[in-house]
Design a protein around this ligand. Structure first.
Ligand code: THU
Length: 129
């Protein structure tokens, strides 16, 4: 059985607890559901050289891809300042672009308020093919 949205959000919250966000104080967690039901999680990892920071969504996607998974059904995302993960945390443009590399427009993007699709959040996307 596939993880429910609530389960994915719960896993994203657990991942956010591992965030390394000492510069912004903004913790983010993501839980990525593969086509065959496996879940990869990720957190944001900041760096003193600020631009080297990686977002939680890309951490999860790169973990999955580097383990051989390239097809995804859904990604749940939570984030907020000082541990408050209640407000919806939308993925940044860079993460949407990375999602679009591996996912169709029907990818489900699960936030705390509701579920969106990649088409909803990035209706026109750059692609080489
Ligand atoms: N962040 C994410 O992890 N995902 C996003 O989609 C947007 C922003 C992180 C990066 C940085 O560590 C913190 O949130 C504040 O920008």
């Amino acid at each position: 059985m596939y993880a429910s949205n609530e389960e994915l959000l719960g896993l994203a919250c657990e991942a956010a607890e591992k965030a390394y966000s000492k510069y912004s104080g903004f913790s983010v967690g993501a839980a990525l559901l593969t086509e065959d039901g496996k879940v990869f999680t990720g957190c944001n990892i900041e760096n003193g050289s600020y631009s080297l920071t990686i977002c939680a969504e890309r951490t999860a996607i790169f973990k999955a891809v580097s383990d051989g998974y390239r097809k995804f059904r859904a990604i749940a995302i939570v984030g907020g300042a000082e541990g408050d993960l209640t407000q919806p945390c939308f993925p940044c443009g860079a993460c949407l672009q990375v999602m679009s590399e591996f996912c169709g427009g029907d990818l489900r993007i699960v936030l705390t308020d509701k579920e969106y699709t990649l088409d909803d959040l990035m209706p026109s996307r750059f692609a080489l093919d």
